[in-house]
Write a protein that binds this ligand. Structure first.
Ligand code: ADP
Length: 297
């Protein structure tokens, strides 16, 4: 861990929920970097050591589809600063820009890059917990890199106080909506499934307006889970008085996703299985026939 004296901050690039991001230079190498200064005021006891360890661990998780964490330092005000590679765009911006043509091969390539990056982290024992299009950064050649890995856990407590357009719940897995306290890798796969759907629709697939509505929107779109297909679900804290909706048939999914192939629909269904222990893993999704059929990325 080096110190602030090795960096200069040149200009502010943006401000997020938990951080201010600056364009900067690593003085020893003259390399241009993004410096993300994490706001600590929101945390009662500051960031805990485990968050810092996790961030340091992330520094070693090098992968083509994970943003490079170049360095970490603590500044004079004890704020945590993450030094990152500079990536000018993100999937949210690309999907919202109606002037950008997005073809089937782009969607497949991006899904492949997301799955490879997240699989690499899962294999190394790190969960993301907050995958969404604006955490998927893009370089000018359309290479997608996952950002904000590992920080989500220590930062997810204060999110409830923030407005819904800043911290989105649209990618939240049903087990979390039902109040399960346990985060598993399956939570990330669910988010990838909803992002895949969003890439095809170019609009969010399950846009709930608040936590209760998110659950309603999710079960309306994908069916209400039962003890039969998800043993134990009825004992989760927020499972009560649910309207029973049927799971969508393949014909219904074809109607919703007109351009999707059967293999694409199968992969999406696998990643959006309600029961987290039945849901596809990243490894399984990477073996999907969708990646073997034309167009090949
Ligand atoms: P949020 O995820 O809420 O957008 P962030 O704190 O991650 O907030 O980032 C705030 C802004 O800073 C982003 O919207 C983006 O414009 C910019 N930014 C973040 N990380 C980078 C990066 N690695 N390279 C270039 N710009 C970045």
């Amino acid at each position: 861990m080096s110190g602030i004296q090795n960096y200069s901050k040149t200009k502010k690039l943006g401000e997020g929920t938990y951080a201010v991001v600056y364009l900067g230079t690593q003085l020893s190498t003259s390399r241009e970097v993004a410096i993300k200064e994490i706001k600590t005021e929101g945390f009662k006891d500051g960031l805990d050591m485990s968050a810092i360890r996790e961030v340091k661990y992330l520094q070693e998780l090098r992968h083509a589809n994970i943003i490079e964490l170049v360095d970490v330092f603590s500044d004079s005000r004890q704020n945590l600063n993450l030094v990152l590679e500079v990536l000018p765009s993100d999937l949210e911006k690309v999907l919202r820009d109606k002037n950008t043509f997005i073809g089937g091969v782009d969607i497949k390539r991006w899904l492949l890059m997301i799955l490879r990056g997240v699989y690499h982290c899962h294999r190394n024992g790190i969960l993301h917990r907050d995958l969404k299009p604006n955490n998927l950064l893009m370089d000018p050649s359309g290479n997608l890199k996952i950002a904000d890995f590992g920080l989500a856990r220590s930062l997810d407590q204060p999110t409830e106080k923030l407005t819904s357009n800043v911290v989105t719940r649209w990618y939240r897995a049903p087990e979390l909506l039902f109040g399960a306290r346990l985060y598993t890798a399956a939570v990330d796969v669910w988010a990838i499934g909803t992002i895949f759907a969003e890439m095809m629709l170019r609009t969010p697939y399950l846009p709930g307006s608040d936590d209760a509505n998110q659950l309603a929107v999710t079960i309306q779109a994908l069916g209400t889970p039962t003890e039969e297909n998800w043993p134990g679900v009825s004992h989760l804290p927020l499972y009560n008085n649910l309207t029973v909706y049927p799971a969508p048939t393949r014909a219904e999914l074809r109607r919703r996703f007109v351009a999707a192939s059967e293999m694409a629909l199968e992969a999406m269904e696998g990643m959006l299985i309600m029961n987290p222990s039945e849901r596809w893993t990243c490894e399984r999704a990477l073996q999907s026939g969708y990646f073997l059929e034309e167009p090949i990325p």
